[in-house]
Write a protein of this length. Structure first.
Length: 113
């Protein structure tokens, strides 16, 4: 009755082992907008070509895989959550003065006084 789960089992939920369905939507919409802009505003100069290609390049950057994270979009979401949420860090170290509520700390306070 022991089950062995392979290490890459979460990757089976992803398309090509790397992408979630909504990431394909983001990339597809960015490429579609870029192609549409190229048809509407023909790139006659370098600046106009950069403006036409910007949605595709930005959406491609967002779904770019990153080691230790899923992709750039995940990193940006985590950074936003980290900087916009309230952070409370409680020190739980091994310092002698950090021991509260024990008999030794009460007796030490009496001796110091």
């Amino acid at each position: 009755m022991n089950y062995l789960i392979p290490a890459g089992s979460k990757k089976q939920l992803l398309i090509f082992g790397m992408f979630k369905p909504y990431e394909f939507v983001i990339f597809g919409v960015g490429l579609s907008v870029s192609i549409l802009l190229m048809f509407i505003f023909s790139p006659t100069s370098f600046v106009m070509a950069m403006i036409d290609l910007a949605p595709g390049v930005i959406s491609g950057f967002l779904v770019l895989p990153i080691p230790n994270y899923h992709n750039t979009l995940t990193v940006l979401k985590e950074m936003y959550i980290f900087y916009t949420s309230r952070q409370k860090f409680v020190w739980k170290g091994w310092c002698v003065k950090d021991v509260y509520g024990t008999e030794t700390s009460k007796t030490q306070k009496r001796k110091v006084q």
